[in-house]
Design a protein around this ligand. Structure first.
Ligand code: UDP
Length: 246
């Protein structure tokens, strides 16, 4: 698998289908794997938070979720073939999980949202099997109960919607106890499935402008989103900002 290192954060050059095939391999192997959905905000945050950098560098798979990563790679003469967005992955994963009978658990988001997400996806993909949902919180006090619930449910795919980097740090911290084959942070994806938040129209996504849509819809994100121009600048200014490990 080709891996790029973008400002020291690993990003794997995988497509949606390759990602789902890898999930199948992970489940067949029985070993646990952490998957992160990397975008430029992740990259800039990890460069400021060593614990987050450590998690990303130790994840089994870092998906190229963020048009800025494809742009940055290209600018430096590398290729990421496809943007693999966590929120689109929710649907593709539900479809594959329905075919393969994977046992899925949805953790996080506001009260009731994970349950609603499960109902919507189960109706859309007959055979999709959500074995549990829980809103919970990323706090330490809640963790033992949540971990217990996940273990009892013999989960094969765990999707955690606590937002980044909380969800990724949480998965990393409890991965040895949970031992779920596929554990992925999915940010606000449950909010998108249920319509609490709306994604940009496909043509806006195709133009690579989903970030702009998000800024207009959720202007309070402006401070966090300053990471985008900072990312662009760092990639433009430093020749070795993107390296290929393969
Ligand atoms: N969330 C949560 N517990 C928390 C903080 C956040 O369940 O302590 C949920 C929140 O309800 C939302 C998601 O995490 O569903 C974060 O969404 P956001 O769009 O901020 O995440 P991003 O994709 O930007 O990381």
């Amino acid at each position: 698998m080709k891996t790029l290192s973008i400002l020291n954060v690993p990003v794997h050059d995988v497509t949606y289908n390759e990602t789902l095939d890898l999930f199948g391999d992970y489940i067949a192997s029985g070993n646990y794997h952490q998957i992160c959905t990397v975008n430029p905000e992740f990259v800039m945050a990890a460069n400021q938070q060593p614990e987050f950098m450590h998690v990303l560098q130790n994840a089994s798979l870092c998906l190229p979720d963020g048009q800025g990563l494809l742009w940055g790679a290209k600018l430096r003469g590398h290729v990421l073939r496809e943007r693999v967005a966590g929120s689109t992955m929710m649907y593709k994963l539900a479809e594959r999980a329905a075919q393969e009978n994977w046992r899925v658990f949805l953790l996080g988001a506001a009260d009731g949202v994970a349950g609603q997400t499960a109902s919507i996806l189960e109706a859309r993909y007959p055979g999709f099997n959500v074995v549990g949902t829980w809103s919970g919180s990323p706090s330490e006090e809640d963790a033992p109960g949540i971990v217990q619930l996940i273990k009892q449910s013999r989960v094969q795919v765990l999707l955690v919607a606590y937002g980044a980097p909380k969800q990724d740090l949480w998965i990393y911290k409890y991965r040895n106890e949970m031992k779920v084959p596929v554990m992925m942070g999915v940010g606000g994806s449950f909010d998108f499935v249920t319509g609490i938040a709306t994604r940009a129209p496909e043509w806006v996504q195709n133009l690579g402008l989903e970030w702009l849509h998000r800024l207009i819809k959720e202007p309070w994100r402006w401070r966090r989103m300053l990471a985008l121009p900072k990312f662009a600048l760092r990639v433009m200014l430093s020749k070795d900002s993107v390296r290929s490990d393969a």
